[in-house]
Design a protein around this ligand. Structure first.
Ligand code: IPE
Ligand code: IPE
Ligand code: MG
Length: 249
């Protein structure tokens, strides 16, 4: 499978909606939190696979703003899992040269989870391989609303005027300001929706949906998604002819 990937045409940024943990657990007669635990194994495998082929950015939707509305026991289990996963995985992130980042309303995380996350971000800050971005307490509508507030404040104190607002200014006020837009979005677990994820940034991403539950998602599924991506023609509003001409010239 890996041999079929054209390493010169990799997506620079892959975003994933890791869905299906609860249903995976149910299917195996287990509690939902065990699906999340098993999902952490998939995270490790996919981070390794992405780093191995040379993807530069991998953004994982780990917890949405709306996920705060789940039963408190599940929220608590997920926040605790964040801590144990970071503790367990940081040595491997270091040996694989992976740099961790986080996006979302991180002020809502419990202090112990936030501290562990900050520690890992600082520890891996000098790594130069894969940029692994965790979306935590993240939603696009929260992010865009927050950007509007920041821009409005700058206009109010005359740091900006209205005519300066363009797409670049908006992008610079999103939590993803340091990241290129995703080229490929993968959603596991069978649903075909975006669930408030990277709405602005996914404007021209290729979308890939698979029924495989996240705890079952492995390297071969990831590589399959990349091969599928490489068989598509990205036109960005132009005609197919125009795109072929730029490739041939
Ligand atoms: C995704 O799996 C993980 C999180 C949202 C935290 P789910 O927990 O949503 O699993 P399903 O969709 O109920 O199967
Ligand atoms: C999206 O999954 C959020 C994450 C994977 C973290 P959900 O399970 O929360 O999404 P919906 O509710 O099915 O849209
Ligand atoms: Mg779900």
């Amino acid at each position: 499978m890996k041999e079929q990937i054209d390493l010169t045409r990799l997506p620079q940024h892959v975003a994933i909606i890791m869905d299906g943990n609860g249903r995976w657990a149910q299917q195996h007669g287990m509690e939902r939190y065990m699906g999340h635990q098993e999902g952490a194994v998939s995270v490790r495998k996919i981070v390794e696979a992405a780093g191995e082929i040379g993807v530069k950015y991998l953004t994982l939707y780990a917890f949405s703003t709306e996920n705060w509305n789940r039963p408190q026991t599940e929220v608590d289990a997920l926040m605790a899992l964040l801590i144990t996963t970071i503790q367990r995985e940081t040595p491997d992130l270091m040996s694989n040269n992976v740099r961790l980042h986080a996006i979302g309303d991180l002020s809502r995380l419990p202090k112990a989870s936030k501290d562990e996350l900050d520690w890992c971000i600082a520890t891996t800050a000098k790594n130069t391989g894969l940029n692994l971005v965790l979306a935590l307490s993240y939603s696009s509508r929260w992010e865009i609303t927050d950007a509007v507030k920041q821009i409005a404040a700058k206009i109010q104190n005359r740091e900006l005027n209205i005519h300066q607002i363009d797409e670049q200014i908006v992008s610079q006020h999103l939590t993803t300001r340091q990241l290129p837009d995703p080229d490929l979005l993968i959603r596991t677990g069978g649903e075909q929706r975006i669930s408030n994820y990277l709405l602005w940034q996914l404007a021209y991403a290729e979308l890939y949906f698979t029924p495989v539950y996240w705890p079952d998602f492995r390297e071969k599924h990831f590589f399959e998604a990349i091969i599928d991506y490489q068989n598509r023609e990205r036109r960005f509003g132009k005609t197919g002819e125009q795109i072929k001409n730029t490739i041939n010239n």
